[in-house]
Structures are given as C-alpha cells and as structure tokens.
Design a protein around this ligand. Sequence first.
Ligand code: PGA
Length: 256
Amino acid sequence: MNRRYRKTVIAANWKMNKLPGECKPFIQQLKDKAAEAKWCDVVLCVPFTHIASAVKAARGTRIAIGAQNCHYAQNGAFTGEVSCRMLSELGVKYVIIGHSERRQYFGETDTDVNRKLHAALEEGLRPIVCLGEKLEVKETGAALDFIRCQLKAALKDITVQQLRKIVIAYEPVWAIGTGKIATPQQADEAGEAIRDTLRALYGARAARGVSILYGGSLNESTAGGMFSMPDVDGGLIGGASLEAASLISIIDAADQ
Ligand code: PGA
C-alpha cells in the first residue's frame, strides 16, 4: 500500500451468507475496531435483504455498507432486480460490480459491468470493480493481458473525475474460495499492471490515487504479507469475513 496517495480499504463480501438478524451483533463486534483504524475504510457488503438492518446498525460507526450487485437501469420491467437508486436511498455507499461469480453463474459481460459502473456512479455509489483471470488463462501466461482488457472494457467512457470514486479489486478466479491464495508478488504484479493501464488512460496523478484491492482466499495469516506490497491497497474478503474475529485481525494487519 502507499498511504501517501490512496486509501486502504477492507471490504467484506458476505456473498449469500448469514441472515438479516446477524448484521447487528456482527457490527457491534466490529465497530470499535473500525473506529480505531486510522488508515483504513471498512466496508461490509451484505445481501440485499440485509441492507436495511445493516445500515441501521452501522449508523454512527465508521463502517460503510455495500451491496454485492446492482442493475444498470434506474427502474423498469426487470423482475427481481435492484437499482442503484434504490440502494442509495437505503443508505448504501459501495457496490461490488463484476464479481467473478456474477460473471460465471449469471452471465455478466464486460458490457454489463460497464453499464452498471455508470449507473452506480450516477447515483453517488462507490463501485468496487472486480477483475481477475481464470486458471486456464493463467496457465497460458496471459493473465496480465486479460485483466488489462477487462479493466479497459469496464472503464469505457468513465471520466477522470469519476475514476476518483472507483475502487478496483484484483480477484484471480482460481483463488476465490479455493484456499489457493496468490502470492503477494503475483498480486502486486497484477496491481502494477492495473495501475499502468490506469496511467495510460487517465494520467499518473489520477492513477496513483486509485485503491487496488486483492481478493481470493485472503485470511488473517496471509493479510500482512499481502498488504506490504506497494500495489495492494487492501482486500476484498469472502470466507474470512464471516467471522468478526478474523475480519478484525485483517483490519489490524491493514492498519499497521
Ligand atoms: P474468498 O472470496 O475470500 O472466500 O476467496 C473473495 C471474494 O470472492 O470476494
């Protein structure tokens, strides 16, 4: 991480886990640590059904509530979908966009990701845009090219002012939920490739201000090594974010 230029962000991704009633006790356990953490923003991305309880429990704390997906339209005939305007009215501050599980199981394309990104920014939400290669791409040696392409497609027609609101998460698909974490060097190399691409698109000043997170089997024992890398500015954490104690240890590691 490089605190001179950018924020450290620890974002928990609960995925489809826990029940709405579990938000309050969880936030109670987390809130003192979030208040103490001088350097890092703490975000809890919960299922849609949990948002109202999570926002209520997080009021007056330094924990921001995020959603895990959104639709790109403001409203309309999209049965079962949730718009960014709805999220923002509930008090949501962040939204994960383009998570690999959305791409893999729900057919989300780079074009969808770009449309959602525009929609989120329009409603004042901070998008956490996910990028990452599958194992077969990694094995061909083309991982960095692949994520550069994903990034460019996601950022189509995004302005430099809008870029300031965006957080990027590098999440190699082979590392998500598998226990096979990338090495800090691999994560940093990807972070550097992402930042180089941002520099080419938006200039050095804008590029150095973007927080780039690592996600994929990150836990309390691997967080410290990961966060010591210059182009890893925090984490997007799935499995290890379901226990308040492990999330607290990860925040500690990020706040050193
Ligand atoms: P994981 O998930 O930490 O359980 O691997 C990370 C993510 O998918 O965001």
